[in-house]
Every structure is written in structure tokens, then in C-alpha cells.
Ligand binder design. Structure first.
Ligand code: PGA
Ligand code: ZN
Length: 409
């Protein structure tokens, strides 16, 4: 019913102006699906390998397309992704590139949903998935690898945990973004925006947190529900020869853990991603023991607990996640399909996480396109949170898709 009949690949622009891979898949019965690969800047060392778009496309045309056309059904996602893996032949997808792989994998899902006449989230998640919505974590101030001359911590996130709907949550994050801009202007701080549309002022992390705390309080009073704060420290980018190097100081592992624990307590953080470097399973376990808990978004105010999330630590990889689960490292996993190259692998990581009591957080990359697949993935997996920026066309593409999903539009 969904036999793949045609595949096309091309280079298109991403939000940084770099070329990325777009895939089209056609099936019998008129199915059509299109998807694009995103691209990271603060990539984890253990991610699947992205190849230059031109090379990834040439390799995929040669190796993967013949194994798809007339061979597999787009609606059978595991077969599609197994064919991609077999065509590639490496563990890290370095033959066809994780960028070609993920674009093809996601395009197949879109094509199958098209044949079925079902929205993608329903095709992926089924009819009996949960009926909650993912709370968007809004990146409103950022530095690190996403903006030069700004904060050391990569992302300062607004988390509208008390929002009664996706729509309210989305507009709340935009309001926090605007309030942060106003507060920075009041302080006489000029700010451009970074790769994900977050403000990138030349202030230190503690000032960024105090500006965000003020913005969150203002907006929270206005909207009448709780907004908490999260961070993506992206600590692997700060880590250098055994220590964490900040602009004005250096922290040893124990100092870094104490620093994070203090931030969690002081700001009642709901979420802290990659507080330690990508090989530090033990430290993650200790920190999780200390501050970890499972906040319940969508249930209103008063919930406490902090998600300690592994992004570069796990790279959406079931084996790395399994090691984390065995050691008690983190209690949450960031899920980025392009880190692992296929939807099947992203789903497997998500399922493994949920089975172990870890919260999955579906995520964009700093380099994005108008692709909306992750919005559907977050709904399909009933993820409590989604990280997909706050403003800017490639970010709003996902946020607006979440609103449409909520409205059955
Ligand atoms: P990246 O950053 O897409 O540049 O890797 C996002 C993140 O670290 O979460
Ligand atoms: Zn991250």
C-alpha cells in the first residue's frame, strides 16, 4: 500500500545559510513526504556523522535509493530505517551521512501518513497515545557555541509548566523573549540574537539568570500561571583538559557540580541539560541523586523537581542511554533524530527512556529549517517537553505546527 516508488534528494538552505539535505519520497497510492535534516553547532562527540550535503546526497543516491525504491514500504518505518542502515554499513552512518539518513527516514514517515490520510503524529504515535501536550522550553538568552561574546552557558530557557494549552505556552515564551529584550534595553545592554533566535547579550551567566527570573515573574503575573526556568549548560563545550573553563573562572568537577546544584536551588530550575561533559556518567549520577526529580508539567503550579537531561551525554543513542540508566546518570534524555540518523532509533531511545522512568525531551538543532517533524514526534511520544526555540521562522514552524495539532487543524 505504501511501497516507495520514487526518491529525490536535493540541497536546500538551513537557518545558518548552510546547505542541508532535503528528501522527497513518493509511494504507490499517491503518497508524498518531504523532510529536511537539521544541523548542530555544539555537536556531541558520539553523534552519528553528518557529511557535507553534496557528498551525503551523492552517497545516498548511490547506496540507499536503490534499496528503497520498489523494495520497502514507507509505512513500515522499521524496514525503511533498516534499509538505510544496511545501505550505509557503518555504526555512525558516515557513508550516506546522518543528514541524508534522517531526511529520508522522516520523509518516509510523512509519505506514509499522507497515504493514510492521518496526521503524522497519529501515524507515529497511534490512536491510543496520551492526550497531553509537550511544553515548549523557550530559549530566550543564549551564548556558548550559538553566539560569540555572550554567556558561557549555552541556553537560558523559559518553561511555562502551568500553561493550560500549547497555544498559551507558545505565546508565553514569546512574551518572555520580548520581556527579556525590554529588560536588557532598560539596563542599557545591546543584544543581537544567536543561532536559535535567543538574545545574545554580552553579560555573564548570573546576570542572564537574574534578567530571565525578572522576565519570567513579570510574564507569569500577566498570564496567571507558573513559568519556571531551565538551562542547557552544554558543558562539553566548556570542558577542557579536566576542568570547566568559563570566561572569568575555571571549575574542577566537584566545583562544577556544586555550582550547578546551587543554580538549581537558587532559581528552582525545572530543567538542566548537559551540566557536565559528555563522558562524565559518574558525575551525572551524583548530581541526579542530589537534585533530580520529575516535575509534572501540565498539572499546574506547585510541582517541584529538576530534570537532569543528557544531550551530548546520550546523543539519542540507546547504548549510551542504557549505560546511563544502569549508573543512574541523568533522569531525562534529549531526543534529536539527526543525532542517531533514523526515526526508529529515536523512537527506540525514547521508549527505553520512558521504560526506565526517564523523561524524553524532543529537540531541534541550532541549524534548522521549516521542517515540522519534531513537533509531531513530541506529540506522538507524549514527551513532557519539546525544545524548539521561541521566535524566528524555522522555530515558529514547529511551534505553529504544535498549535495546529492542538486545534486539529
Ligand atoms: P546544537 O545545540 O544543535 O548546536 O548541537 C543544541 C543543544 O545543545 O541542545
Ligand atoms: Zn544541548
Amino acid at each position: 500500500m505504501t511501497l516507495i516508488t520514487d526518491v529525490a534528494l536535493r540541497r536546500v538552505l538551513d537557518s545558518r545559510g548552510n546547505p542541508t539535505v532535503e528528501a522527497d519520497i513518493r509511494t504507490e497510492n499517491g503518497g508524498f513526504g518531504r523532510a529536511r535534516a537539521p544541523s548542530g553547532a555544539s555537536t556531541g562527540a558520539f553523534e552519528a556523522v553528518e557529511r557535507p550535503a553534496r557528498e551525503a546526497i551523492a552517497a545516498a543516491r548511490e547506496q540507499a535509493v536503490p534499496r528503497l525504491v520498489g523494495e520497502v514500504y514507507a509505512g513500515d518505518q522499521r524496514s525503511v530505517d533498516a534499509a538505510l542502515r544496511a545501505a550505509d554499513g557503518t555504526d555512525d552512518l558516515s557513508t550516506i551521512g546522518a543528514n541524508s539518513a534522517v531526511a529520508l527516514s522522516m520523509a518516509a514517515a510523512h509519505a506514509a501518513a499522507d497515504v493514510l490520510g492521518a496526521p503524522l503524529f497519529q501515524h507515529l504515535g497511534g490512536t491510543f497515545r496520551g492526550d497531553g501536550f509537550p511544553v515548549p522550553l523557550g530559549n530566550v538568552i543564549g551564548g556558548g557555541e550559538h553566539a560569540a561574546e555572550s554567556t558561557d552557558i549555552q541556553e537560558f530557557l523559559a518553561a511555562p509548566v502551568g500553561a493550560p494549552s500549547v497555544e498559551k505556552a507558545v505565546f508565553t515564551n514569546a512574551a518572555v523573549h520580548e520581556a527579556v529584550g525590554d529588560l536588557l534595553a532598560d539596563r542599557g545592554v545591546a543584544a543581537a540574537t544567536g543561532d536559535e533566535g535567543a538574545w545574545a547579550p554580552a553579560i555573564d551567566d548570573s546576570e542572564a539568570l537574574s534578567v530571565l527570573a525578572e522576565a519570567v515573574e513579570l510574564v507569569s503575573e500577566d498570564v496567571g500561571f507558573e513559568i519556571r526556568i531551565g538551562l542547557d549548560v552544554a558543558a562539553a563545550e566548556l570542558y577542557d583538559e579536566g576542568v570547566y573553563r568559563y570566561s572569568h573562572t575555571t571549575r574542577e568537577l566537584d566545583e562544577q557540580m556544586a555550582y550547578i546544584a546551587d543554580l538549581v536551588e537558587r532559581h528552582n530550575l525545572v530543567y538542566v541539560e548537559d551540566p557536565l561533559t559528555e563522558t562524565e556518567f559518574e558525575g551525572f549520577a551524583e548530581l541526579t541523586e542530589q537534585v533530580g526529580g520529575h516535575p509534572s508539567p501540565r498539572t499546574g503550579a506547585g510541582e517541584t523537581g529538576t530534570l537532569v537531561c543528557g544531550d551530548d551525554l546520550f546523543v539519542t543513542n540507546v547504548e549510551r542511554l542504557t549505560r546511563g540508566i544502569e549508573q543512574g546518570a541523568a533522569n531525562s534524555i534529549l531526543v534529536k533524530p539527526n543525532q542517531i540518523g533514523t526515526l526508529t532509533a529515536a523512537f527506540d531511545a525514547t521508549e527505553r527512556a520512558v521504560a526506565a522512568g526517564y523523561s524524553p525531551v524532543i529537540s531541534h538543532r541550532s541549524g534548522e529549517t521549516e521542517d515540522t517533524t519534531i513537533a509531531h514526534l513530541a506529540v506522538a511520544t507524549d514527551a513532557p517537553f519539546i525544545k524548539t526555540g521561541t521566535v524566528g521562522g524555522e522555530r515558529t514552524a514547529k511551534l505553529n505546527e504544535l498549535i495546529r495539532i492542538e486545534h486539529n487543524a
